[in-house]
Design a protein around this ligand. Structure first.
Ligand SMILES: Cc1ncc(COP(=O)(O)O)c(C=O)c1O
Length: 387
């Protein structure tokens, strides 16, 4: 098809030309005396993305899921007990990963579309008077349901319960798009990847570790090899990596950091908020509900839309792809067939999203959802127009 494909899934997101250019270069000797300049440029600026001043950041040739594993094996002893909240496919998979690695996870079950319940978390931590839980697993932005959790409120619940568990936060679809206050929220491990807010291809796993969690790394008894943070820390200190880094992606990440910090993280978050409000206005105009059950928990990086009874959301996603050249996110896990997801994160703007919403409208109409063409787009434009 002529023209540009609309990649409107919640990651990977389109890669800006500036980042494509930054990566389009020859490989380099990662053991040369020139290489540490790149390593240092990245590792010194990554913490600014999440407002981190304690601890340090790590970058692996890997992906977000790999950082789930890295976060756990570097900080826990075999069989350690964890508390987790399940409210979507990615919180489910984080739990599955922990269990597969031999950790024992108690799960607070939450209906998909809801957010982490701070009262229940506080009660569970208070009940654990012996402090058996060594960590709390929380997905900041549940990409399956389009729900953002209030990490600061979860931290406050942990503090009220005076519980010393480490706070593990999956920020794969929030970091570098939404506000993320690593220090203020008392996050101990923050997990992300390169393919969403950083606007890069997939292939980098990024892990931020607090000073408190760094102190565990030396003594945690879990087996680890590739994801062992100790050799990574030692090599990083000198500007190198223990094994061959993803050099092209590192050049991309360095430029991505420059782009994000030029815009400013508050402005990045405000841009995502403004765009999300327009998308949500379109969804409301179509008469469709969001998977996020309350407006205050709706994500600013993606919107998960519930389709009317009797229509398979996978069908809508396929019509959109085949007829209108736009990729939308399918429903995952419990909400497969019931929702589709519109990504509005990374390198995007109002006009791109207006085109995307036009594609969604046509696909919805084709699939039998009654609507008038242009009404959702119009509602979004009313929000985005600079009056
Ligand atoms: C919230 C969340 N966590 C984890 C992952 C897994 O990351 P990756 O696909 O980079 O392994 C994703 C992927 O979409 C995600 O959205």
């Amino acid at each position: 098809m002529a023209g540009r494909h609309f990649l409107q899934i919640p990651g990977p997101t389109p890669v800006p030309d500036r980042l494509l250019r930054a990566m389009n270069r020859q490989q380099e000797d990662h053991r040369s005396s020139a290489f540490p300049a790149l390593t240092r440029s990245i590792l010194s600026r990554l913490p600014h993305i999440i407002n981190q001043t304690n601890g340090q950041c790590f970058v692996f040739p890997a992906s977000g899921s790999a950082m789930w594993e890295a976060s756990l094996v570097n900080t826990l002893d075999p069989g350690a007990r964890l508390l987790a909240i399940r409210f979507g496919q990615f919180s489910h998979l984080y739990i599955q990963t922990a269990r597969a690695l031999g950790f024992s996870v108690d799960v607070i079950e939450v209906p998909w579309g809801e957010a982490a319940p701070t009262d229940t978390i506080e009660a569970a931590l208070r009940a654990d008077s012996g402090h058996a839980y060594q960590g709390l697993l929380l997905v900041h932005n549940e990409t399956a349901t389009g729900v953002t959790n209030d990490v600061g409120a979860v931290r406050a619940a942990m503090d009220r319960a005076q519980h010393p568990a480490l706070l593990y936060v999956d920020g794969v679809s929030s970091i570098a798009s939404l506000e993320f206050q690593f220090d203020e929220w008392g996050v101990d491990l923050a997990i992300t990847g390169s393919q969403k807010g950083f606007m890069l291809p997939g292939g980098l796993g990024i892990l931020a570790v607090s000073a408190k969690a760094m102190a565990r790394i030396a003594n945690a008894k879990s087996s680890r090899s590739y994801f062992d943070l100790r050799p990574m820390r030692d090599q990083n200190e000198r500007g190198y990596f223990p094994s061959t880094p993803a050099i092209s992606l590192l050049f991309g990440l360095d430029e991505s950091l420059t782009m994000l910090l030029e815009e400013g993280m508050s402005a990045v978050a405000a841009r995502h908020r403004r765009l999300a409000i327009g998308v949500r206005a379109a969804v409301a105009k179509w008469g469709l509900a969001q998977c996020a059950r309350r407006p205050e928990i709706a994500s600013n990086t993606l919107t998960a839309v519930i389709v009317p009874e009797g229509i398979d959301s996978a069908h809508i996603v396929d019509i959109a792809f085949r007829r209108y050249d736009i990729s939308l996110g399918a429903g995952l896990g419990e909400v497969a067939g019931k929702v589709f997801r519109i990504g509005h994160l990374g390198d995007t703007n109002a006009l791109t999203l207006a085109g995307a919403l036009a594609g969604v409208e046509m696909a919805l109409l084709d699939a039998g959802v009654p609507l008038t063409l242009g009404e959702g787009v119009g509602a979004a434009l009313a929000h985005w127009r600079v009056a």
